[in-house]
Design a protein around this ligand. Structure first.
Ligand code: ZN
Length: 201
């Protein structure tokens, strides 16, 4: 594996926001091998829905051609679904937690207090908003998200954010929403929640 591969960096990998690769053998989450991981994932989905509302119920396990832990699919400008990589999620809860914690340690992932919940929360955030959505509310929200992304990039005092959030506006959004739900609150986490409410995302 290369220096920047998931092996050393940990956490989600580029290309998960609007995945266009193959989705093989989708299965329900309950088929996870470790019941503790299934429970933690279901709790993460419930928590997301409790904080920001139910926007995407299609969350499945699948064989993905991408090496990342999970992906979000946008089809015709709308959220189609979230697919969690079987290669990652058929492991134990401990293994999943450890690999995401590696993402925190390497400075790649935005820090949260719940490593095991990170991937599914991040993908649900893409389902709430990403730069490829074409709905009127999403487009209007996009102006504010882009503005927020610009001021966030210039802010040298922000803390807890990882390099992945810098990749593009969709990753900034997903990592900040994940921080809003499972990490330390700040002006950016407050703002993304506000944008969700304002535009009914
Ligand atoms: Zn992403």
């Amino acid at each position: 594996m290369g220096r920047n591969s998931s092996g050393t960096r940990g956490g989600l990998q580029p290309g998960d926001a609007t995945y266009k690769g193959s989705i093989g053998k989708p299965e329900p989450l309950v088929n996870m091998k470790d019941p503790a991981l299934y429970k933690a994932t279901k709790e993460a989905i419930s928590r997301y829905h409790a904080v920001l509302g139910v926007r995407q119920k299609n969350v499945k396990l699948a064989e993905l051609s991408a090496g990342t832990y999970g992906v979000h699919v946008t089809a015709n400008g709308k959220s189609e679904g979230v697919y969690l990589n079987k290669k990652h999620f058929m492991q134990t809860k401990k293994a999943v937690e450890a690999s995401h914690k590696r993402g925190y340690a390497s400075g790649w992932s935005t820090k949260t207090n719940k490593a095991v919940a990170h991937t599914v929360t991040h993908e649900l955030a893409h389902a709430t908003w990403n730069a490829n959505m074409t709905g009127a509310n999403q487009k209007a929200a996009g102006k504010e998200v882009n503005k927020l992304f610009k001021s966030w990039k210039k802010d040298n005092k922000k803390s807890g954010y990882g390099k992945y959030a810098e990749t593009n506006v969709s990753e900034f959004w997903a990592e900040t929403v994940t921080k809003a739900i499972h990490g330390k609150s700040d002006k950016y986490t407050k703002k993304v929640k506000e944008i969700c409410k304002k535009y009914k995302l």
